[in-house]
Design a protein around this ligand. Structure first.
Ligand SMILES: *Cc1c(COP(=O)(O)O)cnc(C)c1O
Length: 353
């Protein structure tokens, strides 16, 4: 820290991302990426001609991608805003809809960035504990008079709320924005996109990082009432009008259009998840009913931190959060069937020790 840093920032604890080792030595089950490559259509879209166009700025309106996305989700282009990953869209939304007097409400166990962004922007957090079994009681979010963000399915628990439960929260907060972070919705959640025309306080945020194999391209979509989207654009055009680069715009469009590849890969992950869950349960693990591309598992024999370290020694990276209520759990990304077999073999060796 330099002596020049603003004292306000000195108190901010940045988010710690999952490890990204650059040596490819690990079976990487720690950051919920897809184990499959992007669609062949993406590889074709990001071609030499597009690379040569990098001398030009990208389209700040993202018009071509918006047209494709609008058709895909049954919305109008002015109901969608692309961002540099859903992280950027979530940040824009919190910047737009919260301030010192308008707190952000979110669960005690959820995506860590919500709290980090509140710290960065001096926004008060209203942290609402999940129940003992990690489920979220929608009634805890009624009449909050605060902006709300809910990851659905939630991370790292993997648990999902039905659309009807979110609808109850939307109805009970007509004067506040309710942000639904649908990073994992394609693996078994119920999307709230169909509610967008009905509720002017709903903002849905999706990402291409988890179910569309584009984590490294950085692309997300915020979707909601056109006035909410205009507010997000106000923030974007006050910060970085060219926030989505040319190659990513092309890649995202191609990924959205290849619905067959999308369905094939997400079904494979759901199937592998169910198989892995059964195998873990045979070994005495307790898993939540995950609707995501990861399992949230706890051993009845060994501590979570120890399992994380021993798996790493054996070349398997999983995520362990040294945080209250969940320090005995592992968040295990679903990889290929072969990767999950390697995980189980490593666990068997560790449990036998
Ligand atoms: C991965 C993740 C994000 C961030 O996604 P990007 O589009 O890669 O920025 C946001 N929210 C949740 C809950 C996530 O798991």
């Amino acid at each position: 820290m330099s002596k020049f840093l603003s004292p306000r920032l000195a108190g901010v604890t940045p988010y710690t991302p999952g490890e990204q080792p650059q040596d490819q030595k690990y079976i990487k089950l720690n950051t919920n990426e897809s184990p499959y490559p992007p669609s062949p259509a993406v590889v074709e879209a990001v071609n030499k001609a597009e690379v040569e166009k990098l001398r030009l700025y990208s389209d700040p309106a993202c018009a071509d991608l918006l047209k494709t996305a609008a058709k895909h989700f049954g919305l109008k282009p002015n109901q969608i805003m692309p961002g540099n990953g859903s992280d950027e869209n979530l940040f824009f939304a919190i910047r737009a809809f919260c301030d010192e007097q308008h707190p952000l409400a979110y669960a005690d166990i959820t995506y860590g960035c919500y709290g980090v962004w509140c710290g960065l922007m001096n926004i008060p957090s209203d942290i609402i504990p999940l129940k003992e079994d990690f489920t979220l009681d929608p009634a805890d979010y009624y009449n909050k008079n605060e902006t709300i963000v809910i990851a659905n399915p939630n991370a790292p628990t993997g648990l999902a709320l039905p659309r009807s439960a979110i609808e109850g929260i939307l109805k009970a907060n007509p004067d506040n924005v309710v942000i639904i972070d649908e990073a994992y919705v394609d693996f078994g959640g119920e999307s709230c996109v169909p509610l967008i025309d009905k509720y002017d306080n709903l903002l849905v945020v999706q990402t291409f990082s988890k179910s569309r194999q584009l984590a490294g391209a950085r692309l997300g979509l915020a979707m909601g009432n056109e006035n909410l989207i205009a507010d997000l654009n106000r923030v974007k055009f006050s910060l970085n009008p060219y926030n989505v680069n040319r190659l990513t715009l092309k890649a995202g469009q191609a990924a959205l259009e290849d619905t067959a590849y999308f369905d094939k890969t997400r079904s494979a992950i759901i199937e592998t998840r169910q198989w892995t869950k059964k195998e873990l349960e045979k070994r005495g693990f307790i898993c939540t009913d995950s609707r995501s591309n990861f399992l949230f598992a706890e051993s009845d024999k060994k501590d979570g931190g120890e399992l994380y370290r021993k798996l790493k020694e054996k070349g398997v990276l999983v995520r362990h959060f040294d945080a209250p209520r969940i320090s005995n759990r592992l968040r295990i990304t679903i990889g290929t069937p072969e990767e999950m077999q390697a995980l189980l073999a490593a666990l068997d060796a560790i449990l036998e020790e």
